[in-house]
Ligand binder design. Structure first.
Ligand SMILES: Cc1ncc(COP(=O)(O)O)c(C=O)c1O
Length: 306
């Protein structure tokens, strides 16, 4: 996704050349990851010349919640970023599906400084997402644990937490797998570094609860809703053990970037139902929502000027 550098970026209220958006090397965002961010998808609709931006308001609401939890001042920034989303999508030269990343960062002032003495900045990067894969993922259960609520609020999407997620993902990649699933300190399944986890067991759809220390994923909410409306399945939000995951009938993950993606094996344990009818039905329904072939669509359309 990040292999090519975009030409433009939205930075503190305007669209500027990519290389102009800079922070100091000693800033707290560069040094200690003191920032909060979101990942939003814009689906390119060539037939209308629009991006369908999926649930931007929910993402910006979560961004504000992350900033509040981490005591990062953000007065007026959410409104600016909401406008900035439209501005960067109008300005970008990209005519394909994109991943848009609104971020609020601490620019100057030490990390323990009073909120009224630090300065913050904001940017929105916009990258192509690249092609979608239909291949089921192979996952490992990470030896690294999800950072617990007692150490850093899991509800806050902050760069600092992704240093821990990075270790889990590197471990998975080095073991020849595609993705890591992290357990919490109690040994319960939490999430991947970028998506919520679901499993199907004896006809029941199950996903970890927020109280087990996961991000409040927006795609997870959508999938829970789709399972009800499409399949009449009420998702149970309850703790999941590792052995339940190993012996599940179906396993899939759900996140903005991953969309709904089947898991083909976890530590070489394959889910029992190879055809994964429930996961596949939810994947189809989700993709139809995002790509616009199905209503209702929870998306904001950004029409590009000719
Ligand atoms: C740690 C983590 N969990 C879950 C998700 C999925 O969240 P969403 O569906 O809101 O993209 C993400 C993606 O942002 C994430 O980084």
């Amino acid at each position: 996704m990040y292999e090519t550098e975009p030409k433009l970026i939205w930075w503190n209220g305007e669209v500027v050349p990519w290389q102009d958006a800079q922070v100091h090397v000693a800033s707290e965002t560069a040094l200690r990851g003191l920032n909060v961010f979101e990942g939003i998808r814009g689906y390119w609709r060539p037939e209308t010349g629009q991006f369908a931006v999926i649930r931007p308001h929910e993402h910006l609401h979560r961004l504000a919640a992350s900033a509040r939890l981490l005591q990062i001042p953000h007065d007026g920034l959410i409104e600016q970023l909401a406008q900035g989303l439209g501005e960067i999508l109008h300005a970008t030269e990209l005519r394909e599906d994109v991943y848009v990343r609104p971020t609020i960062y601490v620019d100057s002032g030490r990390y323990t400084a009073r909120q009224d003495t630090v300065t913050v900045g904001a940017f929105i990067a916009c990258h192509p997402t690249g092609p979608r894969s239909d291949q089921p993922l192979s996952c490992t259960i990470s030896t690294w644990r999800r950072i617990p609520e007692l150490a850093l609020p899991p509800l806050a999407k902050t760069g600092a937490a992704y240093t821990a997620f990075r270790l889990a993902r590197l471990e998975a990649l080095q073991a020849g797998a595609d993705e890591a699933i992290l357990l919490n300190a109690d040994g319960h399944v939490t999430e991947t570094p970028g998506a919520a986890v679901f499993l199907l067991r004896d006809g029941q759809l199950i996903t970890p609860p927020l109280a087990d220390g996961i991000l409040d994923s927006i795609t997870r909410r959508t999938v829970i809703r789709l399972a009800q409306t499409e399949l009449g399945l009420t998702a149970q939000e309850r703790s999941i053990t590792r052995s339940e995951l190993y012996s599940a009938d179906e396993v899939f993950i759900a996140g903005t970037l991953d969309e709904v993606r089947l898991v083909g094996q976890i530590d070489r344990h394959a889910p029992r139902h190879r055809q994964a009818p429930v996961a596949n039905a939810l994947r189809t329904a989700y993709l139809e929502l995002c790509t616009g072939s199905r209503q209702p669509l929870d998306a904001t359309l950004v029409k590009l000027l000719p």
